[in-house]
Design a protein. Structure first.
Length: 310
């Protein structure tokens, strides 16, 4: 039997979807984000997908000065690939969202492949009490919000990243995003191997049924052939089931408290590392070898940790 390629585990320990009142385990300060990231890397995550928050109230922030303290600590303590978000928060401008990636020139940055409705307001049905007023507004305002990434925005982000040697985790929330990505590949603004992160379960994007996963996989295979690396991101309770299905089909996987606060039905995850260990156990049970950071760099064609500005 031919040996399948190794699976890359990406971990996103904090983000802009969940708010601090939803879980006492969500990292907010630079020290907390650094600790959560280092734990996740030690648990087996080869890539760390990173956001920052204002330490005063946990509000998502793209201020490079809030990234700098945890980037240096993580780099000093691990060999993990550091992936800086350009998604930031749906409430931010494109220029604001790009600041950390242009400042630090990481090996990898995320890139949402289209404008879309981004509905977070259903979480108001589960979470009733918030410590900070911005949290309720953040969720409620998503009823009338479009996450903006036009073709011009994407082209600008790609050109900035290409100039810095930064490659991208292309976050594809629906089939149209895969077609957008093919457009930029055909134009030569994207080079293979293309790291396709298919995202399931956000209101405004594709659903989280296994049939949705299969449809995205078939479409990606048709559009990109052997020129892409496929990864699965299931939100909320869909995290582990979809990652398991995808892994069995040859996908890489992403976990972390940005995408899901849970480790089981009604049970908050104590850390992103706990989720990494859970998906690692699944991969090992499927006899799938887990990629090291060095192997992830080789698979994705990254420039190396020595060539970043932090």
């Amino acid at each position: 039997m031919a040996q399948r390629p190794k699976a890359i585990i990406t971990c996103a320990p904090t983000g802009a979807i969940h708010t601090p009142s939803m879980s006492p385990h969500l990292p907010v300060t630079a020290d907390e984000i650094a600790h959560a990231s280092i734990e996740a890397a030690r648990a087996g995550a080869a890539i760390l997908h990173l956001h920052a928050r204002d330490p005063k109230d946990g509000r998502p922030s793209q201020d490079p000065d809030l990234f700098r303290p945890f980037l240096s600590k993580i780099k000093a303590a691990t060999d993990a690939v550091i992936n800086i978000t350009t998604g930031g928060s749906p409430h931010m401008s494109v220029e604001e969202r790009m600041r950390p990636a242009t400042t630090f020139k990481p090996e990898l940055a995320s890139l949402n492949m289209g404008s879309m409705n981004f509905g977070l307001f259903p979480m108001l049905e589960r979470f009733k009490s918030f410590e900070h007023e911005w949290e309720r507004e953040h969720l409620e305002n998503s009823r009338n919000l479009i996450f903006k990434n036009t073709f011009a925005d994407i082209e600008n982000i790609l050109k900035l990243g290409n100039a810095n040697g930064t490659r991208f985790e292309f976050e594809c929330y629906d089939v149209s995003h895969l077609n957008n990505l093919r457009h930029f590949l055909d134009r030569g603004l994207v080079q293979a191997p293309v790291f396709v992160q298919t995202v399931f379960g956000i209101l405004g994007g594709i659903g989280a049924d296994p049939e949705d996963l299969m449809h995205m996989r078939r479409t990606a295979a048709r559009l990109f052939g052997d020129r892409f690396e496929w990864s699965i991101l299931g939100t909320g309770r869909n995290q582990l089931p979809l990652a398991t299905i995808g892994a069995a089909m040859g996908a890489h996987v992403r976990v972390g408290l940005e995408d899901s606060l849970w480790i089981g039905p009604g049970r908050l995850a104590a850390s992103s590392a706990e989720q990494v260990l859970r998906i690692r156990a699944v991969l090992e049970a499927l006899n799938i070898d887990i990629a090291t950071p060095a192997e992830a760099r080789e698979i994705l064609g990254l420039k190396g940790a020595a060539n970043v500005d932090f």
